[in-house]
Design a protein around this ligand. Structure first.
Ligand code: NAP
Ligand code: ZN
Ligand code: ZN
Length: 375
């Protein structure tokens, strides 16, 4: 039965309010308007940012359908959509690419001006300021413009990448965690051959950063995390050794500086904690160490930064979505299809939509790497 132009009723996980479990509800998903695409979701990873949004550490509007790491198939398109057509396999993008703003026109920059940090009145809504989701007569906000915890979602045509038709459900990870961590090593830090790296926070983003450091040719990659049961897997992905701050009486940056003749060349922070960001900076070599922050802290948080740490030659930077633009995502999926990159080690659990709260509990405990929901 053709559903184009009609409202679709389907299941979605709704966050009615912060700090409460998601509830599986029947929602109505309106047809896409001009420059919008309705997508049938195949799978979605559950990212640390979804957990932070639910727990109000980063901006979200409620009630919302969270989720921003999915892959799906185009069900229908609104007027003036030329980029994709019904039946195309796609990855919704939480970082848009309008193609005409300063960032989009700058080769080394992916932060399109349409990216919404959560401060605009339109945040959680489509570009025209309205929602495509309703449930029990209430309008529901989207999250990150993607809302992949729904059997169907509507995204803007500047927030979509067409990918290989045969790509399996696992490629959903390229929609956030993998691209973020891997790209941070390759594009942002520009990790060099033979270098020494430290990666803080052994979740989906951290594991992907380790994979990026390995593929960039780093000779030593130290995984830093507090859950030792994840260490063997981190080593499988590319870490050469792992350390837990819990095993030492002195600060872990001192331990790492001691292990590396004065500090690592590159540190990548993937935990989203102010303390870890400072530790990452402090464990880099004073003369030229580069620290990349990926973890998302609350907008209210500030870094207690002594300028002397930078004065001697260290650099501190960050990136969103690993610096990748839309076409790079199509290519990353191709790289997975050609076995140049591996996503399988990152997946610690596969769940059904009605089990999604388990994925949030695993993030809370810090014990899993990445859970993915298979629709
Ligand atoms: P995750 O699955 O929650 O993993 C983060 C890991 O960091 C945890 O597994 C835990 O591992 C460690 N950790 C987290 N909170 C901690 C705490 N309170 N105390 C000690 N250790 C803690 O998250 P993720 O999806 O990998 O994402 C990592 C960070 O990147 C998050 O802040 C997320 O919001 C952010 N993010 C940023 C972007 C971007 O574009 N920049 C994109 C995606 C995600 P160990 O205990 O083993 O270290
Ligand atoms: Zn994410
Ligand atoms: Zn743009």
């Amino acid at each position: 039965m053709c559903t184009a132009g009609k409202v679709i009723k389907c299941k979605a996980a709704i966050a009615w309010e912060p700090n409460k479990p998601l509830s599986i509800e029947e929602v109505e998903v309106a047809p896409p308007k001009a420059h919008e695409v309705r997508v049938k979701i195949i799978s979605s990873g559950v990212c640390g940012s979804d957990h932070s949004a639910l727990h109000e550490k980063i901006p979200a509007k409620f009630p919302a359908i969270l989720g921003h790491e999915g892959v799906g198939v185009v069900e229908s398109v609104g007027e003036e959509v030329t980029k994709v057509k019904p039946g195309d396999k796609v990855i919704p993008l939480f970082v848009p690419e309008c193609g005409s703003c300063r960032s989009c026109k700058t080769p080394d920059c992916n932060l399109c001006e349409k990216f919404d940090f959560g401060s605009s009145t339109q945040f959680g809504l489509m570009q025209d300021g309205t929602s495509r989701f309703t449930c029990k007569g209430k309008s529901i906000y989207n999250y990150a413009g993607t809302s992949t915890f729904s059997e169907y979602t509507v995204v803007s045509d500047i927030c979509i990448a067409k990918v290989d038709a045969n790509a399996p459900p696992e490629v959903c990870l390229i929609g956030c965690g993998f691209a973020t961590g891997y790209g941070a090593a390759i594009n942002t830090a520009k990790v060099t051959k033979g270098s020494t790296c430290a990666v803080f926070g052994l979740g989906g983003v951290g594991f992907s950063a380790i994979a990026g450091c390995k593929d960039a040719g780093a000779s030593r990659i130290i995984g830093v995390g507090s859950h030792k049961d994840k260490f063997p897997k981190a080593i499988q992905v590319g870490a050469t050794e792992c350390v837990s701050p819990k095993d030492y009486d002195k600060p872990i940056h001192e331990v790492i500086c001691g292990m590396t003749n004065g500090g690592v060349d590159f540190a990548i922070e993937c935990a989203g904690r102010i303390e870890t960001m400072m530790t990452a900076l402090q464990c880099t070599f004073c003369a030229n160490g580069i620290t990349v922050i990926l973890g998302v802290a609350s907008p209210k948080d500030t870094l207690p930064l002594n300028p002397g740490l930078l004065l001697t030659g260290r650099s501190l930077k960050g990136s969103v979505f690993g610096g990748y633009k839309c076409d790079d995502i199509t290519q990353l999926v191709q790289d997975y299809m050609n076995k140049k990159i591996n996503l399988d080690h990152l997946i610690s659990k596969k769940l059904k939509l009605n089990e999604i709260n388990e994925a949030f509990e695993l993030i809370q405990q810090g014990t899993g790497v990445r859970s993915i929901v298979i629709f």
